[in-house]
Design a protein around this ligand. Sequence first.
Ligand SMILES: NC(=O)c1ccc[n+]([C@@H]2O[C@H](COP(=O)([O-])OP(=O)(O)OC[C@H]3O[C@@H](n4cnc5c(N)ncnc54)[C@H](O)[C@@H]3O)[C@@H](O)[C@H]2O)c1
Ligand SMILES: [Zn+2]
Length: 376
Amino acid sequence: MKSFDLKTKIKFGLGSLSALQEIRDKRVLVITDPFMVESGNIEKIVENLKYSKYKVFSEIVPDPPVEIVVQGVQAFSEVDPEVIIAVGGGSAIDAGKAIMDFSKQILNKEQVEFIAVPTTSGTGSEVTSFAVITDKQKGEKYPLVSESLLPDVSILDPELVKTVPKTITADTGMDVLTHAIEAYVSTDADEFSDAFAEKAIKLVFKYLRRAYNNGDDMEAREKMHIASCLGGLAFDHASLGINHSIAHALGGKFKIPHGRANSLLLPYVIEYNSDMKNKVENDYSLAAYKYCEIAKILGLKSNNTRLGVRYLVNEIRNLQDEMKMVTNLRGCKVSDEDVLKFEDEIAVLALNDTCTLTNPKQPTHGDIISIIRNII
Ligand SMILES: NC(=O)c1ccc[n+]([C@@H]2O[C@H](COP(=O)([O-])OP(=O)(O)OC[C@H]3O[C@@H](n4cnc5c(N)ncnc54)[C@H](O)[C@@H]3O)[C@@H](O)[C@H]2O)c1
Ligand SMILES: [Zn+2]
């Protein structure tokens, strides 16, 4: 028997931040990053908290390390919050989840409401049971996975995403696309996750260019915010694949932004998973047929499976080109020598990543190294 469960209540659309006014007479801990405070964006949150007592903990940095989570647990113990509001990109939301989970265990607390307010349209962390924490010394990222990490409420107000600069819009948008595509071909995919993934993919191809070209295009920002959440719902159910496994390892080792690492790999992982060499129609893998299905959904040429997969990859490359994204590790300031020095270590980490379990094709160590060499 399978089951599809939804825990998180989702409020969305311009003005949805007013849902925070429902919090009354509570102790609230707001967890965020310094940008939200310096830019004044945090006012849009706290102006809705006038009926409660709140403290802002704003120490979160990208790819949050364990040390920051420990500081957050300290802030938690000082406030003893009834509600946590994590505001920011995936880093702030993931750190908020880890702070809540560790604090509950250490301080023996049970009921703490967790509200996620994403300010990037990328990770979908506002509806997932994942939190990615980094060990800076080892240069490794650890995905924590537990239903206890699922937010109770998520608020998708596009007003908060307006300030996201072009490069981060591109990186995070490609993260959305990678979540949806990997969930779609995952060995755990089913009709429920497919429905969320298909819609997320359509929205990305329709609105990401617009959000990139004009950050004030509120329709595009709103649709990308929804796409990000739909992608999160898809992969929270179906999980991901080796695109994310390798991206986690590359990101931890070379400090490449998460969405950019995914974007570099996506065309090559699709080619690898399609596994079409020396095969003919009716003999392809299920993944190849599903990639072709995506091409059909997008209205791309897909008279046969080979063509469909090729056009999907071309369309992804066009999107990357239009957003002036780098397409190799040199463009991310990683030297060829460093790639060759660390490729074995990266392959071991990627093979052990939980996302590898649901990849449609089980890779060998050598397969992962070949994929990495494509993006040098
Ligand atoms: N939990 C999950 O399900 C999940 C899924 C995928 C990735 N992740 C993790 O999430 C992290 C990446 O999150 P991200 O891509 O959202 O980036 P991020 O949270 O690391 O933020 C990147 C940068 O964008 C800035 N930023 C955020 N919102 C902004 C805004 N509105 N305006 C201007 N600047 C803004 C931040 O200050 C930061 O400097 C990685 O650690 C990744 O591994 C988690
Ligand atoms: Zn991701």
